[in-house]
Ligand binder design. Structure first.
Ligand code: GLC
Length: 519
């Protein structure tokens, strides 16, 4: 069980918003490369980079027009190679994003499909169907786009429609057509040959749909945070049994390469068991644990997720992942109430995540204690905003502050605001400001990651979990974590204090967690 990813801390870089080398206000690959030493010093093991392939950027790279080239906005293939080489020099692994459920409508395949006749081989790579109603003016079924509105767009005034579970510029591929898996096998090999260590698989639960594309019955579940379907009771478009054949094929491809290459699934499924199915021994290696993202700030809620997750994964020989933030959901400091309380809880929940067996995924800027920004309507860019008028996901995607006292806070050269404007008042949150402050969130993350390596690196997977009066206690190896999710101070756990997320002299205040050494 020595594969590196089993207990890796992985740092998610949202390319557009991490570091801008050329001053166009959008982050890029050379920007990331220049900041890799920062990630090494932070103490992470790997970096996951969101899509940087050729794309018209309607969904900020999750609409890929060419899977084997870099978008000029982000650099060149040579820049990608340089990034991977530099990361490896620094001892960091690189996970790239793979978007197999849909292409961009600018992809050569989709252009060819539109130019070809209904029923042609070109159209058969996607899901074109005849509309309903006498004049075919109704969509072929009742499915809704994850971004709002119908999941179908009509081709001109013909009777043909195409399926898009996301934006209309993201047509879904037909994974029952053998040309599609063949193309993606080549894409995997292209990046594996360029020495990437793994893939994050976008919408991994969506590739196959029930073959007859029947209507969905019942209502979509609504949740407070962004989710990519899969949670509804009847979901003919998600989590179909045949999708696992794809991952068996990919497992075999990854296994042809040395160095423990891996893949992590973004799979929104109804149960921990159906999620664990994606990491059976001959499938993918990890799946994001979205129950952890969805859990409220509550000792019993956390305990419940831990106690459901661990056995489900153990049953398939899988390794859990712990995720609190990413580019699709509100930052956890904001979800937990925002302000000083939200930030304190966020640190505490992070320490809890870092205690648990398995791997932890961090999202850029959480180590700075960033909260979501209230992006004004004229600056919103999320496709779901354009489709529904709901604020969407821009608030967690604002470029991060590196230095200085005004925008762009060292994000890039020049004085212009980046692609989503940064707020005033971020000077104190910049990397530069926090790195010399022992009490900063950044200093806390660095210490926590170093101590995790030291004390939990060889601690094994056994944990004991208990809840008393809103205090969750987790014992693993020689370390005990206690986190106080209640409203009154609690007793400190016995043992030598290793790290606390806030002042904890003589007692454990609300919204605070501590690691003590008990062994
Ligand atoms: C995934 C991505 C999200 C994207 C969607 C469509 O959920 O994380 O950002 O919009 O897939 O590709």
């Amino acid at each position: 069980m020595s594969e590196w990813w089993r207990q890796a801390v992985v740092y998610q870089v949202y390319v557009r918003s991490f570091a801008d080398s050329d001053g166009d206000g959008v982050g890029d690959l050379p920007g990331i490369t220049s900041r890799l030493p920062y990630l090494r010093d932070l103490g992470v093991d790997a970096v996951w980079i969101t899509p940087f392939y050729r794309s018209p950027q309607h969904d900020h790279g999750y609409d890929v027009a060419d899977y084997v080239d870099v978008d000029p906005l982000f650099g060149t293939l040579a820049d990608a190679d340089a990034l991977v080489a530099r990361a490896h020099e620094l001892g960091l692994r690189v996970i790239v994003d793979l978007v197999p459920n849909h292409t961009s409508s600018d992809h050569a395949w989709f252009r060819a499909a539109l130019a070809a006749e209904p029923g042609s081989p070109e159209r058969a790579r996607y899901l074109f169907r005849t509309g309903r109603g006498a004049d075919a003016s109704e969509p072929p079924n009742n499915w809704r786009s994850v971004f709002g509105g119908p999941a179908w767009t009509r081709v001109g005034d013909t009777d043909q429609w195409y399926l898009h579970l996301f934006d209309s510029t993201q047509p879904d591929l037909d994974w029952r057509n053998p040309e599609v898996p063949a193309m993606f096998a080549d894409v995997l090999r292209f990046w594996l040959d360029r020495e990437v260590d793994g893939f994050r698989v976008d919408v991994a639960h969506g590739l196959l749909k029930e073959e007859d594309l029947r209507d969905q019955t019942g209502q979509e579940v609504s949740s407070d945070t962004f989710d990519v379907g899969g949670l509804a009771e009847d979901a003919p478009m998600w989590d179909q049994p045949e999708v696992h054949d794809v991952y068996r094929q990919w497992h075999a491809i990854l296994a042809e390469y040395d160095g423990d290459r891996m893949a992590v699934a973004e799979a929104w499924t109804r149960t921990v068991e159906s999620n664990a199915a994606y990491v059976r021994p001959d499938e993918l290696h990890q799946a994001f644990n979205f129950d952890w993202v969805m859990a409220p700030w509550s000792a019993t809620a956390y305990a419940d997720v831990i106690e459901r997750t661990l056995p489900a994964l153990a049953a398939v020989g899988g390794t859990p992942t712990w995720v609190l933030s990413n580019h699709d959901v509100q930052r956890h400091a904001t979800r937990y109430g925002g302000g000083a309380v939200g930030r304190a809880r966020a640190r505490a929940a992070t320490l809890l995540s870092l205690t648990l067996p398995g791997s932890a995924y961090l999202y850029q800027g959480e180590e700075l204690g960033l909260e979501d920004v209230d992006v004004t309507p004229e600056h919103r860019q999320d496709p779901s905003w354009f489709r529904t008028g709901e604020p969407g996901r821009d608030g967690c995607r604002v470029p991060i502050p590196w230095a200085g006292d005004r925008a762009p806070y060292g994000f890039g050269p020049g004085a212009a605001q980046p692609w989503i404007p940064q707020p005033e008042g971020w000077a104190a949150l910049s990397v530069e400001a926090q790195q010399s402050d022992d009490g900063s969130t950044l200093a806390f993350y660095r210490r926590a990651l170093a101590l995790r390596r030291e004390w939990l690196g060889g601690a094994g997977d056994e944990v004991s979990v208990s809840v008393h009066d809103d205090v969750l206690t987790v014992r693993r190896g020689d370390v005990t974590l206690a986190v106080n999710c209640g409203s009154v101070a609690a007793a400190l756990p016995a043992g030598e204090p290793l790290l606390a997320t806030g002042p904890a002299d003589g007692g454990l205040p609300p919204d605070t967690a501590i690691w003590v050494r008990t062994g």
